[in-house]
Design a protein around this ligand. Structure first.
Ligand code: AVJ
Length: 329
């Protein structure tokens, strides 16, 4: 069960044990990187530098998803809260909880409890402290853990209507079967009257997508290459980081942006911690992230496969980005 690590009356942080084993970085590198086709899970982007670079991506003019989602929340938070009337708000991957404030601002229920769930304990604690200062009636029950380990160990009380928020378009990082499994885990948290709020990015002009994932200032390129620094540090590897070129490719068949890193020349990479090495050929690529794009219909099909049904759909002008409220079917 979850263990209490710190608390004041309105703020506590607990650590959530995984319901199933989460592969380690070594497991992931062995599976994805040691032989072609080479790939890495996108979660390794987010060390401290990577998290800052992601925030910088959100400030580039080309990267519309984050600010479009924030605008949708600003416009529709009242309606979302009125439709879902939660007592408990659980957020998966809460980060700084910056956008969540738009929901909290519209939350009129007395003594609601916000449950931010994130891999970064310091983030949960610092954003929780700021939130209880700014929202005098709010109770914050911070949860530190990895949602890749499942959601069945979250210490949510049995009583009270729930709203689960899964924002940022992160669902797009999951391959089809994984996305269905993840939404299925969320569905398992929902009872009669409970809702989930999901943000997802839409299929659009490939030129707009290409620019969003390859901004002119090169922030996304630095973010992408940074994952090699993360491996260099954690695994005592020696990727020549600056000799890799950032690429973003939209695949219209698979309806996804792929982020890749392309080796500039032939070289050998040694992994001290794995006592092994790989030979990278010049031009060879590593797939570092997929970011799937949906239509309203393709997203409804994904929801249906996970046992969910859309109850409200909020879309940005021109169908740039969507927020859906869904319930258990
Ligand atoms: C945070 C996963 C939603 O896929 O758009 C931004 C990450 N990658 N630019 C996305 C990302 C490159 C982002 N998500």
């Amino acid at each position: 069960m979850a263990t209490e690590s710190s608390s004041t009356a309105r703020l506590s942080c607990t650590s959530v044990p995984p319901a199933r084993r989460v592969p380690s970085m070594i497991d992931d590198v062995r599976e994805g990187l040691l032989s072609p086709p080479r790939w890495l899970p996108p979660k390794y982007f987010y060390d401290e530098t990577g998290s800052l670079l992601f925030e910088a991506i959100c400030d580039t003019p080309e990267y519309y998803p984050s600010r479009t989602e924030a605008a949708l929340l600003a416009e529709y938070a009242g309606e979302i809260m009125t439709l879902s009337r939660p007592r408990h708000l659980l957020e998966l991957g809460s980060g700084s909880s910056r956008k969540t404030r738009l929901l909290l601002d519209a939350w009129t229920a007395p003594a609601g409890t916000y449950w931010p769930f994130d891999v970064c304990a310091e983030m949960v604690a610092s954003s929780g402290r700021a939130l209880i200062d700014d929202y005098p009636d709010l109770v914050v029950r911070g949860l530190e853990g990895d949602y890749h380990g499942g959601l069945s160990c979250l210490p949510l009380p049995a009583e009270g209507r729930r709203l689960v928020a899964f924002l940022g378009g992160t669902i797009g990082n999951f391959h089809p079967g994984e996305a269905e499994a993840m939404l299925g885990e969320i569905a398992d948290l929902l009872r009669e009257g409970d809702h989930v709020l999901i943000g997802f990015d839409r299929i659009k002009d490939p030129a707009v997508l290409a620019a969003a994932y390859d901004d002119a200032a090169g922030v996304t390129a630095r973010f992408n290459r940074n994952v090699l620094n993360v491996l260099n540090c954690a695994l005592e590897a020696d990727f020549p980081v600056e000799d890799y070129r950032h690429r973003s490719v939209y695949d219209p068949e698979l309806q996804r942006v792929e982020m890749r890193l392309r080796a500039g020349h032939d070289h050998r990479v040694t992994f001290g911690r794995l006592a092994t090495s790989i030979d990278m050929a010049g031009g060879e690529e590593i797939l570092t992230e997929i970011s799937r794009k949906f239509t309203p219909a393709s997203f409804r099909r994904l929801l249906a496969a996970a046992g969910l049904v859309e109850t409200a759909h909020f879309e940005a002008e021109g169908g740039l980005y969507s927020l859906v409220l869904a319930a258990r079917r």
